[in-house]
Design a protein around this ligand. Structure first.
Ligand code: PLP
Length: 369
C-alpha cells in the first residue's frame, strides 16, 4: 500500500517504537510510587515534559498529558463552559468536530458566533477584530492548520488581536505541532492541543497546553496525576515516545518542510499538465505543504474515487478522516468552491518521490476516464 493519508495519522517511526519498547521493558514502575522503579518512571515523564515545553515554548508545568487532541479539547471546553464570565465564543465553521461538538456538549452553542471563511481557507481575522471590539473578553477557538486543506492561520496575528481585546485564545495546534514551528508563549496562546500520532508518534497520547495563569478543574478525578487535571496512572512509554517523535520532527523540520514542498509541487505540476483546469483548495503560499487538497467535481462517480484509489493500493482520503463518509465538503463550499469535494493527499516523512509519481499517474488516468 502507498500511504498518502498522513493528515489522518502517520506511520509510527521505528525509532519511536524502540523508545517505547525500551521504556516498557525497563521503566514499568508506577510514576506515583515512592520506590526507585516509580521514581525512575516519574523522571522519564518529567524530562519528556521539559523537552516538549522547550520545543513549543512554554513552561513544563503548562503541559498536561492526555490521550490526544480530542481529550485535550474536551477538557478546555468543559472548563470554558463552567465559567460564567465567558459571555461569548467566537470560532469558525471549519474547526475539527472535537471543537464543534464541544460547543453543544458544554453549553456554549448559544453564545457562539462563527467567522466567515476566506477563499484561502482561513477564518477572516478582520472580522475577528470587529467582533471582539463588540465582545471583549470572549473565548476564541481557531485552528492553526486546517486538517482538510492545510490552510494556515496567521496565529501570531490572531493571538495579538485576542490580547488587545482581553479574549482567551484556544489554538487547535493538532495539525501544526511537529510540522511547522509553534510558539505558544510568543503568540499569546492561552490553550492548545497536541496529538502524537500526527507526527510519527504513537496514537493515544498527546497533551493539553494551558497557560499557568488559568485555573482548570478536572473532568476525570482519582489519584490526582497531571497536576490534578487528569487522574489515572500515566503511560510512561507513550509519553517518552511522544517526546522522541517531537524531538525528531523538530530537529528535521526545515528539511522535511522542503521535501513536502517538493512532493506538493511535483503532484500539482503533474496534475495541471494532464488536466489544465484542475483546481486545488487553498492558496498554495499559505498552506502547509504536507497536505494537498485536490478539488474534484462533485458527482457520484467522483465520490467513489477514494475507494477506487484504495483498490489500486493508495491510501488517501476525501476531506478529513472524520468526514470520510460524507459526499460534499462544507469547507470547499465556504471557500467559494461549491460543487467540489476535496481529495486530500497528505505526505509524511516516509513518503518517497516514486510513490508520489505513481500516485500522480494513476490519479490522472482515473480523472481522465
Ligand atoms: N484537531 C485537529 C485539527 C485534528 O486534525 C484532529 C485529528 O484528526 C484532532 C483535533 C483530534 O486529535 P486526536 O486524533 O488526537 O483525538
Amino acid at each position: 500500500m502507498i500511504y498518502l493519508d498522513n493528515a489522518a495519522t502517520t506511520i509510527t517511526d521505528p525509532e519511536v517504537i524502540d523508545v517505547m519498547a525500551t521504556v516498557m521493558n525497563n521503566f514499568f514502575g508506577n510514576p506515583s510510587s515512592l520506590h526507585e522503579a516509580g521514581q525512575d518512571a516519574k523522571t522519564i515523564i518529567e524530562e519528556s515534559r521539559k523537552t516538549i515545553a522547550h520545543i513549543v515554548n512554554c513552561e513544563p508545568k503548562e503541559i498536561i498529558f492526555t490521550s490526544g487532541g480530542t481529550e485535550a479539547i474536551n477538557l478546555i471546553f468543559y472548563n470554558i463552559g463552567l465559567q460564567p464570565s465567558i459571555k461569548h465564543v467566537i470560532t469558525s465553521p471549519i474547526e475539527h468536530p472535537a471543537v464543534l461538538y464541544s460547543l453543544e456538549q458544554y453549553g456554549l452553542a448559544e453564545k457562539t458566533e462563527f467567522l466567515d471563511i476566506l477563499p484561502n481557507g482561513t477564518p477572516d481575522l478582520d472580522q475577528l477584530e470587529n467582533m471582539l471590539s463588540e465582545m471583549p473578553g470572549a473565548f476564541v477557538a481557531l485552528m492553526h492548520v486546517n486538517n482538510e486543506c492545510g490552510s494556515m492561520l496567521d496565529v501570531e496575528r490572531a493571538g495579538a488581536i485576542c490580547k488587545k481585546y482581553n479574549a482567551l485564545f484556544f489554538c487547535d495546534t493538532v495539525q501544526a505541532i511537529g510540522k511547522t514551528p509553534v510558539d505558544l508563549h510568543g503568540w499569546n496562546i492561552d490553550f492548545a492541543a497536541c496529538s502524537g500520532h500526527k507526527f510519527h508518534g504513537p496514537r493515544g497520547i498527546g497533551f493539553l497546553y494551558k497557560h499557568q495563569k488559568h485555573h482548570f478543574v478536572p473532568q476525570t478525578v482519582g489519584g490526582g496525576q497531571e497536576g490534578g487535571l487528569r487522574s489515572g496512572t500515566e503511560n510512561t512509554a507513550a509519553i517518552a515516545a511522544l517526546c522522541r517523535a517531537l524531538e525528531l520532527a523538530d530537529e528535521r523540520m526545515d528539511e522535511t518542510l522542503q521535501r513536502m514542498s517538493e512532493f506538493n509541487k511535483m503532484l500539482v505540476t503533474k496534475l495541471t499538465t494532464g488536466i489544465p483546469d484542475i483546481r486545488f483548495a487553498g492558496d498554495m503560499n499559505n498552506t502547509l505543504p504536507h497536505i494537498l487538497s485536490i478539488a474534484v467535481r462533485e458527482s457520484d462517480t467522483n465520490f467513489l474515487l477514494t475507494q477506487q484509489l484504495s483498490d489500486h493500493g493508495f491510501a488517501v482520503s476525501s476531506g478529513s478522516a472524520c468526514h470520510a463518509g460524507s459526499k460534499t465538503s462544507s469547507l470547499l463550499h465556504l471557500m467559494g468552491m461549491p460543487g467540489f469535494f476535496p481529495l486530500r493527499v497528505s505526505f509524511g516523512k516516509f513518503t518517497t518521490t516514486k510513490e508520489v509519481e505513481l500516485f500522480g499517474e494513476i490519479l490522472l488516468k482515473m480523472l481522465n476516464e
